[in-house]
Design a protein around this ligand. Structure first.
Ligand SMILES: [Mn+2]
Length: 401
């Protein structure tokens, strides 16, 4: 018997359309590979979706893929990840479960963890759901007893949390369990949460972390560009040996351009000078860094640079200039708290404005609207409407106009 172990698929992550599509393609390709390899069941160790209530189109496409498993009698088991768990509303995972496309594994009786026993597959699945950030280990720490699996079944546990021994070097400071904290006696430990692949053994049983299937943010993509492998595992239950199936859906290229002591307007030329051959359909991560000698944001001509890279074959360009510093002279004109600085800048701009402007207070109110967060489960359209209603009110515009 064979099973697949995937994790951190994060469907619906990324605002960039191409990246969101690629993350779905990675899942779609993995489903194909699972079917091709004749797996009997599939484990997903959390973060199937990036949000508990994802976009309708992503949910539809995901349902279509899960249906391909169902039509072939391949059962899919999951736990909540920190991203697809919602304390307030139902999660899309719950809807898929009700529709019979996926089964949630966690069974708790007070402080006792029970297995989900599947007689057809002869497996006992234990699962620990994640909660929101920081609470990932809370459920696990509260468990006092684990019910024994029925004789002859294979015990497997799914967990969405960090294990110290499987952390990459640069995450060493995050809160994590030790391998010795894991319950003994399982034949396979299906981990999720950390976006790097990792492998360990506990009393001869594999402790496996597939990592992110594609990634959920730019630092994941940067790690892919630097050589971190993306994919999932297929395990033969005869020998419990996990085999990594690489999922390389598009080339991801990191382009770092150092602009130390250069004027902002030289960015375009520097990119041209450093631009190697752009692989077709690649994702280019353009990182501008360094201390500029002069110039301002608009001198960088980001749009022109992006257009050039796209015209030369890239699928998309994601630009990051968090490590780029403009000259000191442009900074620190005002000092104080953020609120005080905002007020001073507005006072200056409004007093020098030749057109009729809003008052400083109204401008600040308007600015504050932009910091209102979307509520958990709120639809994009409802959120936009809520914000624009508030803005209209401040502007004194009658909505029926
Ligand atoms: Mn994740």
């Amino acid at each position: 018997m064979k099973f697949a172990h995937l994790s951190d698929i994060h469907l619906g992550a990324f605002s960039d359309r191409s990246l969101r599509d690629l993350s779905f393609d990675a899942f779609s390709y993995s489903v194909e590979k699972c079917i091709e390899n004749d797996v009997d069941f599939v484990l997903i160790s959390g973060d199937f979706f990036h949000n508990p209530v994802p976009d309708m189109s992503i949910s539809r496409d995901a349902a279509e893929k899960l249906k391909e498993f169902k039509d072939r009698g391949i059962k899919v088991f999951t736990i909540y990840g920190s991203h697809d768990y919602s304390p307030l509303s139902a999660s899309m995972i719950d809807i898929f479960e009700k529709a019979g496309l996926i089964s949630k594994v966690q069974r708790l009786d007070g402080k006792k963890l029970l297995p989900l026993v599947d007689k057809d597959l002869n497996i006992s699945l234990y699962g620990i759901d994640a909660r929101k950030n920081g609470l990932d280990q809370e459920t696990w720490r509260s468990i006092e007893e684990i019910e024994k699996p029925p004789n002859g079944t294979i015990p497997i546990i799914l967990m969405h949390l960090a294990i110290r021994e499987l952390l990459p070097y640069d995450l060493f400071m995050i809160e994590a369990l030790n391998i010795s904290d894991l319950p003994k006696g399982m034949k396979y430990y299906a981990l999720g949460h950390i976006h790097f692949p990792g492998y360990y053994e506990l009393d001869g049983s594999p402790v496996v972390q597939p990592g992110a299937l594609f990634g959920s943010d730019l630092s994941d993509l940067e790690n892919t560009a630097k050589g971190v492998k993306r994919g999932f595992y297929i395990v033969d239950t005869d020998n419990m040996k996990p085999e990594f199936i690489e999922v390389n859906i598009a080339p991801i290229i990191l382009m770092k351009i150092n602009l130390d002591n250069k004027h902002a307007s030289s960015a375009y030329d520097e990119v041209m000078r450093n631009l190697g051959k752009i692989e077709k359909e690649s994702v280019v991560l353009l990182h501008l860094e360094g201390n500029l000698s002069g110039g301002k944001q608009s001198d960088l001509q980001i749009h022109r640079i992006k257009r050039y890279i796209i015209e030369n074959g890239a699928r998309t360009v994601i630009h990051n200039q968090s490590q780029l510093k403009f000259p000191e002279s442009q900074k620190a004109k005002f000092t104080g708290s953020i609120e005080e600085i905002e007020r001073k800048i507005l006072e200056e701009k409004i007093s020098s404005s030749k057109i009729k402007a809003l008052s400083v207070d109204s401008s600040l109110e308007l600015l504050n609207i932009l910091s209102i967060q979307k509520e958990d489960g709120e639809r994009d359209s409802d959120y936009k409407e809520r914000l624009s209603k508030l803005a209209m009110k401040i502007l004194g515009v009658d909505e029926s106009d």
